[in-house]
Design a protein around this ligand. Structure first.
Ligand SMILES: *[C@@H]1O[C@H](CO)[C@@H](O)[C@H](O)[C@H]1NC(C)=O
Length: 298
């Protein structure tokens, strides 16, 4: 009898928990458009629809490189204006390539371009891709967030306006638009929904360059933009997240911090969490630890 009673109590407890969760869901439906399998660095950078498992180091780099080439080539062919931004732009500054510890890539567009991309001609279109050497075949989904029409931050759930998603594993490029939302008081000031501000003359005229070996565009005042976002240290720190800058090969190379066998990204992720010596010395205070946090955040 006792057993039945506690089973009953347990059951009703489960029942009330379930209905409680359901109620909460009904009460505050999430506005978030894009969904990831998790929130950590490890799982937060995949589109949930195409995620199967966390990929290893080499697969991630390979996936992101082909993905950004595909984006740049497709937009170029379609006459869609876009330029590289944030950590992706910082990678360009170093050697015209992505930073090998980045989990995703960032590009920007004007809000007028977002409107164009939102048209069914582009939105939810699947783009086939074959690498120049013919060895890699992928498909990418271009998905435009309906909240991209709103140019202010709102509840913060939809600061990413669009994604270019590798349909084999869910890794993606974040596409964000910039808008002049207050032309009276802040004329010529453009910003994304995460409130990175840019003067129009810092963006235009875009400069032609190469990224991961294909033609790309960068903002006119790329150096000012990078310093404002990451500080001058971003140009001088040569050891980061288990990588060391090799000034001869001009490449970020893996150091011993990340296991040489590069098995699962999980392993390298854990190792990458080891705070480098020069930051430890600062006792978590001051410029180095702030820099660490900043680097870590992006
Ligand atoms: C893009 O298509 C998806 C799927 O149909 C839709 O949910 C979304 O609202 C569309 N985006 C825009 C900007 O219309």
């Amino acid at each position: 009898m006792k057993f039945f009673k506690s089973a009953f109590v347990a059951l009703s407890l489960v029942g009330s928990l379930v209905s409680g969760a359901a109620l909460e869901k009904r009460g505050k439906p999430s506005t978030k458009y894009f969904h990831e399998p998790g929130r950590s660095d490890l799982t937060g950078h995949y589109d949930i629809r195409y995620f199967k498992d966390v990929v290893d180091y080499d697969t991630r780099l390979d996936t992101l490189r082909h993905m950004v080439r595909a984006w740049l080539q497709t937009t170029n062919a379609e006459g869609i204006e876009t330029w590289i931004a944030h950590g992706t732009l910082l990678g360009w500054w170093w050697n015209g390539k992505m930073l090998p510890w980045d989990w995703d890539l960032d590009v920007q567009v004007m809000d007028t371009t977002l409107v164009k991309l939102g048209d069914p001609k582009y939105n939810m279109t699947v783009f086939p891709y074959t690498s120049d050497d013919g060895t890699v075949k992928r498909t990418y989904l271009l998905d435009i967030n309906p909240y991209s029409a709103e140019r202010v931050r709102g509840d913060g759930n939809n600061i990413i306006d669009a994604r270019w998603i590798d349909m084999t594993n869910g890794l993606y490029i974040d596409i964000t638009g910039i808008s002049e939302t207050n032309p009276k008081e802040k004329p010529n000031m453009y910003h994304c929904k995460n409130y990175h501000y840019y003067h129009i003359n810092d963006i235009y005229p875009l400069r032609d360059t190469y990224y991961e070996g294909v033609p790309a565009k960068i903002p006119y005042a790329y150096d000012d933009i990078l310093i404002k976002e990451y500080g001058v240290k971003a140009f001088t720190v040569t050891e980061y997240e288990g990588h060391r800058w090799n000034p001869v090969s001009k490449d970020w190379e893996l150091t011993g911090i990340v296991p040489a066998d590069k098995k699962k990204e999980a392993a390298s992720y854990k190792s990458a969490q080891v705070v480098p010596e020069f930051i430890k010395e600062s006792n978590g205070q001051g410029v180095f630890s702030n820099l660490w946090r900043l680097f870590h955040w992006w």
